[in-house]
Design a protein around this ligand. Structure first.
Ligand code: SF4
Length: 245
């Protein structure tokens, strides 16, 4: 008879844990956060683990300059980055500059971005952003968040993406759906609201890591902590997670 394959230490630990019928760790709840110093230590450990796993982490929206990144980030709402990356090369050939976006018939922009979803609202944001930048900033991107969030279609998340990638100086952690979701699982925030979650994350993530934290967490979400079926069995962040299964 063949011997059973050796269990990985990870799986063995899980199996032993299950056999003792250990209670499932509590899900994070509002007001149930560890003290700030513990969360700071955890954030540093999580970042180190993810940097080792994803040494080449970077923004997955392809872009040639700040304006293109702003456009791509607006298009990425409710859409995958892969889909946006399929659409933007043709879009920027058709409308190379903010001047072209500002002057175009809105229906032409809508048609060019239709496959990213919510294309009417997005086209309105893109044209509004182009006109706003031309009117108030000579067609360039402002460097501070207070001005950036006045650009149509540009909320704090988008502004932090642009500030981080273009100027290397985000005003905080980029909090999208996945960053918020996984940060709650890790007990780094207990907030659903992205602005409140950003405030808590800014307090525990070192400022030098604000830009990459979002990229790293998104990489982790794609590879391991998928929303519908997280692979807790193979997760390098298991020990820090308060929502593991
Ligand atoms: S242990 Fe599971 S829920 Fe927690 S971060 Fe890892 S994959 Fe996500």
């Amino acid at each position: 008879m063949m011997a059973p394959p050796p269990r990985s230490p990870r799986k063995a630990a899980l199996s032993d844990k299950a056999s003792k019928a250990a209670p499932e760790p509590a899900k994070p709840a509002a007001g149930d956060l560890a003290p700030l110093r513990q969360r700071q230590a955890k954030a540093r450990a999580v970042i180190a683990a993810l940097r080792a796993e994803f040494p080449d982490t970077r923004c997955s929206l392809e872009h040639g300059d700040g304006w293109q990144l702003l456009v791509a980030t607006i298009l990425s709402a409710q859409c995958t980055d892969a889909r946006v990356n399929l659409v933007t090369p043709g879009l920027f050939r058709q409308f190379p500059t903010p001047v072209d976006f500002a002057a175009a018939p809105i229906e032409e922009i809508e048609e060019a971005i239709r496959s990213t979803g919510f294309y009417r609202n997005k086209a309105k944001s893109l044209q509004g952003a182009a006109r706003h930048l031309l009117e108030h900033h000579d067609g360039r991107l402002p460097e501070d968040i207070e001005e950036l969030v006045k650009v149509p279609g540009c909320g704090r998340k988008t502004a932090n993406v642009v500030l981080g990638e273009v100027y290397g100086a985000p005003a905080g952690v980029v909090v999208d759906t996945h960053v918020g979701r996984i940060s709650r699982k890790l007990g780094l925030t207990d907030q659903d609201d992205p602005v409140k979650a950003e405030r808590q994350l800014n307090a525990c993530v070192p400022q030098a890591d604000w830009r990459d934290f979002g990229h790293l967490i998104i990489d982790h979400g794609r590879k391991t902590c998928q929303a519908r079926s997280p692979k807790c069995d193979d997760c390098g962040l298991y020990r820090w997670c308060v929502a593991r299964s």
